[in-house]
Design a protein around this ligand. Structure first.
Ligand code: GTP
Ligand code: MG
Length: 457
């Protein structure tokens, strides 16, 4: 068919899950596996992301051919590394999430925790397909590790008791997923992948199960997301992961391009707290392969263009107020620029809300985290008076004190990954406005509810 002849881009895969359940270790292991199997000189380094080329996946999945037949048309998988995955999940493209697929990492010993549930709610709301990596199988009592082996091979060599213990833990996860409306099963027992979430037992420490994890990710995303992955050579679209000041370069942005082609000299439009920024790409930077780096300043390689899906550093003037989480559009004609500016304005106005007359003041460092914070507040029926990006200012304190006159328990500022400006601190003491800071959303809500109980007493 026509679609089959079209070129596909890499699916963007985001890793989610509870603190300490092994997200970073898993990505490190995947990256390590990929680096080890890579031909020297092959540039697949990215900014804020790692790529596992299809050649590597096919090689790893070779022993699994009987259960997972993968013939890959996608060029590989793009994994998002940094920063907060929560932030990334909240960055949206028109009509959905940026991430094409997700891995929900769950510690097989600990089972579901607060952030597992939070992640699951996000995945459901954004309709992002996912699989579950049941991590730390090496901690199952009696487990004998077979480093980097396929799970099924290693499982076959375990004692009967250890097999049973693992299966018990998997049933437990199936039960948890069922509570949230998801059918699931161990991946090698699934017949209909469109209706069943795959659970892949892995150890990020020993590498067991990584071959299946990669094969399942590649196979499922290629099969079920094909239309979404068709590569277009039009104007690039992306999201800003991070805004960073670089010595000698000024402010730069790390961007994941999820569609189209981005070229040096392109005009780009993106968001800042003050409104849309229109600027021109001065340089595009990709990390150099490790072995070619001679000095700390020598880390990047300048390229003329990049094609989706890719993580790249953009050097351009006027990026001082850019915010992470904003969309980025290439716009090379006056009409395209107008159109992109409107899209950015719409995006900004949706998030910077001023809704409830009385409510808490919510501040966060990026568009994505602000969105996540506001959504969590709403889910818990906490009214929001003002939600905005940036550090906590005197104005925020005044706003909170207005809410406080109506309802003592709403005279509060909740800050996610932001600082309190000195004059705001003074004002808060004067007006007796409570400021709470935390970098984990559910903890911030917990702090709020605890404080609320105290105030009521
Ligand atoms: P946050 O980024 O803090 O949310 O945590 P994370 O999910 O990235 O977890 P991380 O990868 O930092 O792992 C947490 C701890 O678990 C570390 O001490 C890891 O060494 C350990 N760990 C991760 N995966 C495994 C595993 O498969 N087996 C064992 N035994 N330990 C693991
Ligand atoms: Mg981590």
């Amino acid at each position: 068919s026509r679609i089959e002849e079209q070129k596909l881009r890499q699916p963007i895969v985001v890793v989610m899950g509870h603190v300490d359940h092994g997200k970073t270790t898993l990505l490190d292991k995947i990256r390590g596996t990929s680096v080890a199997k890579r031909e020297p000189g092959e540039i697949t380094q990215h900014v804020g992301a790692s790529v596992v080329p299809s050649r590597v996946i096919e090689q790893l999945a070779e022993p699994l051919k009987k259960i997972i037949p993968v013939k890959l048309k996608i060029p590989g998988l793009l994994f998002i590394d940094t920063p907060g995955h929560e932030l990334f999940m909240n960055m949206r493209r028109i009509g959905g999430a940026i991430s094409d697929f997700s891995i929900l990492v769950v510690d097989i010993i600990e089972g579901f925790k607060e952030q597992t549930v939070e992640s699951l709610q996000l995945l459901r709301a954004r309709k992002v397909p996912f699989l579950v990596a049941a991590n730390k199988i090496d901690k199952i009592p009696g487990w004998k590790p077979y480093p980097n082996e396929a799970f099924i091979n290693s499982y076959a060599k375990q004692s009967q008791r250890t097999k049973e213990l693992l299966d018990e833990r998997i049933y437990h996860l199936m039960g948890e997923l069922g509570r949230y409306g998801f059918n699931s099963d161990r991946f090698d027992r699934i017949k209909d992948f469109t209706r069943t979430v795959s659970i892949v037992p892995v150890s990020a420490k020993t590498g067991e199960g990584i071959p299946e994890l990669l094969a399942m990710l590649a196979g499922l995303s290629q099969q079920y997301l094909k239309d979404r992955l068709i590569f277009t050579s039009g104007n690039a679209k992306g999201v800003v992961l991070e805004v960073k000041e670089m010595p000698g370069l000024g402010n730069t942005i790390d961007v994941i391009i999820y569609d189209g082609i981005l070229r040096k000299g392109d005009t780009i439009v993106l968001g800042s707290a003050e409104g849309p920024i229109v600027t021109k790409v001065r340089n595009l930077l990709m990390p150099k392969p490790l072995q070619e780096i001679r000095s700390p300043e020598d880390k990047f390689l300048s390229v003329d263009e990049v094609v989706a899906a890719v993580g790249v550093k953009i050097v351009a003037p006027d990026l001082d107020n850019a915010v992470a989480g904003t969309q980025l559009y290439v716009a090379n004609t006056p009409e395209e620029i107008e159109d992109a500016k409107n899209k950015i304005l719409e995006e900004l106005s949706k998030i910077k809300i001023k809704t409830d007359k009385s409510g808490v003041v919510a501040k966060a460092d990026t568009l994505g985290t602000l969105d996540a914070l506001v959504e969590a507040l709403k889910r818990n029926n906490i009214p929001v008076r003002i939600a905005d990006i940036g550090n906590i200012t005197k104005r925020d304190v005044v706003e909170a004190s207005i809410s406080k006159q109506d309802d003592e328990t709403l005279g509060v500022i909740l800050g996610f990954n932001v600082k309190v400006m000195p004059d705001a601190k003074e004002e808060a003491e004067k007006l007796n406005v409570k400021i709470m800071l935390n970098n984990i959303i559910y903890k911030l809500l917990e702090d709020y509810f605890n404080w609320k109980e105290e105030v009521k007493r």
